[in-house]
Ligand binder design. Structure first.
Ligand SMILES: [Zn+2]
Ligand SMILES: [Zn+2]
Length: 267
């Protein structure tokens, strides 16, 4: 088999993997949404079909550079990906994960801010913001230009920062998980994580939802560091508060209903 055919097959395989990973992860969290927040996506069928179509197109854009680099790693010794666990000290494993997340977050923050300038917004980023409010299916709903800016990050980083193949898989897992859950419309993480001191630095759904609601704030991907440093952080969004309010109101109504019976009325 010539190298060209092998590269094409590798790119196709990666496109399939990214596409199927998207369908499984977004599908699973959409199902979870239906169970946990029934009706949250009601009336959004048309938007969801759009989100899926753009996301599957993005799968090819993510899959091609990943496939080429994976081929080079396997056949030409490209990249600094290592598979011998002891090639680097063990403490480097978590450090490498953090380095990848910080590097990706930095790239994302600045390209994302750039894409909010009028011309690139109209040309590309408007596709992502057409999700109002976003759903679990919006994880990869990007215009091809925006998908390309995201697709080159990890394939470029593996030439710069050494990483164990397992740590790299972990980074890709976090990328998928946060991409889906940040758009889901509700918090899957425990309250202490996003309300507590950690939440002041980590981005979860309540933070990114505010970006989709207000546009010119909360640009980050994983960490609030750049947003806070550059004064673009407006804190976590209203859906969490709205959710809490609804729960409080429902709780009060239930308490009233159990202590006081009002004839002719539903408690
Ligand atoms: Zn988004
Ligand atoms: Zn944006």
């Amino acid at each position: 088999m010539t190298a060209a055919i092998a590269i094409i097959l590798s790119a196709l395989a990666m496109t399939l993997i990214v596409g199927i990973r998207y369908l499984i992860s977004s599908g699973a969290f959409a199902l979870a949404t239906r169970a946990v927040r029934p009706g949250l996506y009601t009336g959004l069928d048309k938007q969801i079909r759009r989100e899926i179509a753009w996301s599957l197109a993005s799968a090819a854009i993510y899959g091609i550079p990943a496939g080429v680099v994976a081929w080079g790693w396997q056949n030409r010794g490209w990249t600094l990906i290592y598979s011998d666990l002891h090639a680097f000290p063990l403490w480097y494993l978590p450090l490498s994960v953090l380095l990848y997340l910080v590097a990706h977050d930095t790239w994302f923050y600045w390209t994302h801010r750039w894409m909010h300038r009028p011309a690139p917004f109209r040309l590309a980023h408007a596709v992502h913001h057409a999700s109002r409010p976003p759903t679990a299916w919006a994880a990869m709903a990007f215009h091809p230009i925006e998908a390309l800016t995201g697709a080159i990050v990890i394939p470029a980083l593996v030439f710069v920062i050494p990483v164990h193949v397992g740590a790299l898989a972990f980074v890709l897992g976090i990328m998928t998980l946060m991409g889906v859950t940040n758009h889901m419309g509700w918090e899957i993480f425990p309250r202490f994580l996003w309300r507590g001191p950690l939440g002041a630095w980590l981005i979860t759904a309540s933070h990114h939802q505010r970006h989709h609601a207000e546009y010119r704030c909360n640009y980050g991907l994983y960490f609030r560091f750049w947003d806070r440093l550059c004064g673009t952080d407006r804190g976590i969004g209203g859906f969490a508060d709205g959710e809490d309010r609804r729960r409080v109101v429902a709780g009060r109504a239930a308490a009233r209903g159990s202590t006081r019976h009002q004839p002719g009325r539903q408690p």
